[in-house]
Ligand binder design. Structure first.
Ligand code: NI
Length: 173
């Protein structure tokens, strides 16, 4: 396994749209192991997306089971080709990102979603998610479409906040 380099703003590659995974093989699963090791390294992020390490395929890892304040969650998920098929409600909350180390921001997201995906073997998955986990999934799937949370803040003047210290756990995606 290996810890991969994380692309950060203003790297233009973060704007690239990622391709669906077509082949579910050992090479894919070895990459997913590296992506997970990278997520756990440093400020233990609740999520990471393949394009953040320069692999432009639709792969996300999500784990909202270890937040300081417990939230409803499905444990650690590897989501290949994830798609949100239903959205409900909206709520503004603070987000951070491994690719945006210096800022957090207030972002409006749906409060409940239905999500379908494949697992690393290619089997179908489906989840109803709410709250923090739903937010994290929306944040990670945005990475697959070349979107960062800073692209979603209503006002860069009032909704972006400079980080003083890189906070451990909790809010980093
Ligand atoms: Ni992120």
């Amino acid at each position: 396994m290996a810890i991969l380099d994380i692309l950060t703003l203003p790297d233009p590659a973060l704007k690239q749209v990622s391709e669906p995974v077509a082949v579910f093989d050992d090479e894919l699963r070895a990459f997913i192991d590296d992506l997970e090791e990278t997520r756990r390294n440093g400020p233990a992020a609740v999520g990471i997306a393949a394009p953040q390490v320069g692999r432009f395929q639709r792969i996300v890892i999500l784990d909202c089971s270890t937040t300081r304040k417990p939230v409803p969650n499905h444990g650690r998920l590897v989501l290949v080709n994830p798609e949100i098929t239903h959205w409900e409600g909206y709520e503004m909350a603070r987000e951070g990102c491994l690719s945006v180390p210096d800022y957090t921001g207030n972002v409006i997201r749906a409060t409940r979603i239905h999500l379908v995906a494949r697992d690393p073997q290619g089997a179908s998955l489906a989840f109803d998610m709410e709250g923090y986990e739903a937010r994290a999934a929306q944040h990670e799937i945005d990475h697959l479409d070349g979107m960062l949370f800073v692209d979603r803040v209503v006002s860069r003047r009032t909704d972006l906040f400079k980080r003083k210290v890189y906070q451990k756990g909790g809010k980093i995606k």
